[in-house]
Design a protein around this ligand. Structure first.
Ligand SMILES: [Zn+2]
Length: 568
């Protein structure tokens, strides 16, 4: 939805000393003469607004920032009914925005988690087997037993999980362990047998049934090859009422987690739209949602003329959910133009969509006035996406469409040029530089110089935002910023240092650029008079602490729409 007031907005430099007052919108005229609801002072405010980049204080009225400036200027606005907050020299930044998140609250609440969703933690294969055995004991034979948040490089045993491990869980249940990356799963013999997959089964297009050195199935299945496994066996069923309750409680849970980490706006990859509205109605939606969808809801949006931007400041239709074009970065199935270094047999990853389908889908969505969003990791996939978008734009030109490329991991000069020309908005992985440094050896330094290429994007004037891709990556913005500025992982290894960006840039990537990603930069993403009062109080200054300690800053308070949603 376009903000009708945008063109009438003016930012006035009232004193010349940095106070910016907002004039021209109807609500403020109505509020003139009345006291601010809240005045925050004695803070180190990094506004991410280039007109007034640093401030000491700000005032809030009717859920929005009213004025930003020095302690003296803003304290002068305190009225009888104003609340005040002395920030005691703590640091305040705009609320963080995550432009790609699967928000799997239900999984976190109800399913077997075989890895740690939020931080680097190594587990043993024994612990995975034990957790799944416990679930199998209360699950009827023939019904799936599944584990989530597996990370193949966070295993103390230092080897790949395999079919024999999972046969120890059960021979009567189909068993699956899903990699947190979402593109590969590991199965036991029973599951493979039920899907009629044996060592003679050929790999389908866009996927693999992996084999050990003797040619036997090792239980790992990638991308499109997982389809036959998903259609067999029973799954635990729930009544309609139970399903709704689980969806609501899952969303309420993840919403709490978001604000605990300072994340105030999240682009949701689909999910239960009805549950989302119910959670909001009961007061448990603590963060703002850009709802990205596909399937039935997208079809009816197109049929009924609902475009990106429809909704309000809490739940709004954004781009589509990611339309997959290739495999995964963390699981090493993304589509590369060159071979994966050192792999036998030689492998270039999985292209999971044809150029023709990519073209048709893109044109269909683009014509409907909906912001396209593709999942493309490898250079081959990004090129396929750009070809489809350039074609759609030629057939049906639209201004400021901001085609969104989720991940957009491996780039080259030609792709940068094409993205810039198209006004594309990439949302690369945020926390990977820190969290997944143990995987970069599979690509090597030469390729890492062109991956998660925040430096290249920003230098080219491309508005790159942050896309954690949770569950594949943790969504903690502190971990994200540390990784972006150091390119150094939890193991102390530095990869692709040429892609480092500054703290200031990383803060912008995680805030204002995120707002731009969904056409919401006029209402959020910076501490600017007139914008929604979403901000985070940090225990210390992210610009002055050692860069390898940014992830350890404490989130002291998270405020969304002027209301405290999390307090340490
Ligand atoms: Zn994703």
């Amino acid at each position: 939805m376009k903000n009708h007031n945008r063109s009438r907005r003016e930012f006035l430099n009232v004193t010349g000393a940095g106070i910016a007052a907002f004039a021209g919108s109807r609500w403020l005229r109505a509020a003139e003469g009345s006291d601010p609801d809240l005045v925050v002072f004695n803070a180190k405010v990094y506004t991410v607004d280039s007109r007034v980049p640093k401030a000491e204080a700000f005032a809030i009225k009717a859920n929005r920032f009213l004025a930003v400036g020095s302690n003296a200027e803003i304290k002068a606005l305190i009225g009888k009914s104003s609340e005040t907050y002395d920030a005691k020299q703590m640091t305040i930044v705009p609320g963080f925005i995550d432009c790609h998140n699967h928000a799997p609250g239900e999984v976190l609440l109800y399913d077997v988690l075989v890895g740690n969703p939020f931080v680097v933690e190594f587990v043993t294969i024994d612990s995975i087997v034990a957790k799944l055995r416990e679930r199998a004991a209360i699950t009827p034979p023939g019904t799936w037993v599944e584990g989530y948040f597996f990370d193949d490089t966070k295993v103390k045993d230092n080897r790949m999980l395999n079919v024999h491990d999972l046969d120890q869980v059960s021979k009567d249940h189909p068993v699956a362990v899903h990699h947190r990356g979402g593109h590969t799963s590991f199965y036991n013999s029973k599951a493979l047998e039920m899907a009629d997959i044996n060592k003679a089964t050929p790999n389908p297009p866009g996927g693999t049934f992996d084999r050990d050195a003797n040619g036997e199935l090792n239980g790992r299945v990638t991308d499109r090859a997982t389809a036959p496994l998903r259609s067999v066996g029973k799954r635990t069923t729930f009544t309609a009422a139970q399903k709704e309750q689980r969806a609501r409680d899952g969303l309420a849970y993840i919403s709490k987690m978001f604000v605990r980490y300072g994340v105030t706006s999240v682009h949701h990859e689909g999910g239960d739209l009805a549950a989302l509205q119910q959670v909001r109605a009961r007061g448990d939606l603590l963060h703002r949602v850009s709802f990205e969808t596909s399937g039935k809801i997208l079809d009816s949006m197109i049929a009924d003329g609902i475009q990106s931007g429809f909704g309000d400041d809490w739940i709004r239709f954004g781009a589509t959910s990611e339309h997959g074009v290739d495999g995964s970065y963390s699981e090493r199935t993304m589509a590369l133009s060159t071979y994966y270094p050192g792999m036998t047999p030689p492998y270039k990853g999985n292209v999971t969509e044809t150029q023709q389908v990519t073209n048709e889908w893109t044109e269909h969505v683009h014509r409907a006035g909906i912001q396209c969003n593709w999942h493309a990791n490898g250079d081959v996939a990004i090129e396929q996406v750009m070809t489809a978008y350039e074609r759609a734009q030629k057939l049906f030109p639209r201004t400021d469409a901001r085609p969104k490329i989720t991940h957009c991991t491996l780039i080259n000069d030609d792709l940068i040029r094409r993205l810039k020309a198209a006004g594309a908005v990439p949302a690369p992985f945020t926390t990977y530089a820190y969290y997944n440094s143990d995987k970069f050896k599979y690509y090597g330094e030469e390729m890492m110089k062109h991956m998660m290429a925040y430096r290249s994007f920003l230098d080219a004037g491309i508005v790159a935002a942050a896309g954690s891709d949770f569950s594949p990556g943790p969504f903690d913005p502190r971990m994200a910023i540390q990784g972006m500025v150091t390119r150094t992982g939890w193991d102390g290894q530095t990869w692709g240092a040429n892609q480092k960006i500054t703290v200031e840039e990383a803060l912008r990537v995680n805030t204002l650029n995120g707002a731009y990603n969904s056409h919401e930069e006029s209402t959020k993403g910076s501490i600017t008079p007139g914008k929604l009062a979403d901000f985070v109080v940090l225990s210390d200054d992210l610009f002055t602490v050692p860069q390898d300690k940014i992830k350890d800053l404490e989130i002291v308070r998270t405020v969304v729409g002027g209301v405290i949603r999390y307090q340490a």
